[in-house]
Design a protein. Structure first.
Length: 135
């Protein structure tokens, strides 16, 4: 779960770094939780989007889930009721200090542009470019 293109180990794994295919956008900078339903093997796992790129997502889950399976992510807009469905492969899971994380690689790249995620990412990027005032 990283916000740049440099290789990073996944949370708590201590394994060899994974080369990122695309820039990841850390959802906590949005200051709003983005609810996701992870659907795997007929079971719905409620979770929260931790970070996202056009190629995949890191999720914060309430309970563990088995990796190495096909999944559907249903990403919910915080206010409008819009949803984004993405098919993918659950690549890894990890438990860190009582929290569960999962990495999903999307079957096809996500086009953020027309979605609520695109609007949130553009807004966060614009805010990061604004000069900071010191009081």
């Amino acid at each position: 779960c990283s916000s740049d293109l440099t290789p990073k180990p996944e949370p708590g794994r201590g394994q060899a770094p994974v080369q990122r295919q695309s820039k990841r956008f850390s959802v906590p900078v949005f200051d709003i939780p983005i609810r996701v339903d992870l659907l795997a093997a007929g079971v719905r796992y409620p979770c929260q989007l931790w970070d996202v790129s056009e190629h995949g997502a890191c999720l914060l889950l309430r309970s563990p889930v088995t990796p190495r399976q096909g999944v559907l992510l249903r990403i919910h807009a915080p206010t409008s009721g819009e949803t984004i469905d993405m098919q993918g492969q659950l690549k890894w899971t990890d438990a860190v200090m009582g929290s569960y994380y999962a990495g999903v690689q999307f079957a096809e790249p996500m086009d953020f542009g027309p979605t609520f995620l695109g609007a949130l990412i553009r807004n966060a990027e614009n805010l990061s470019r604004m000069p900071h005032r010191v009081a």
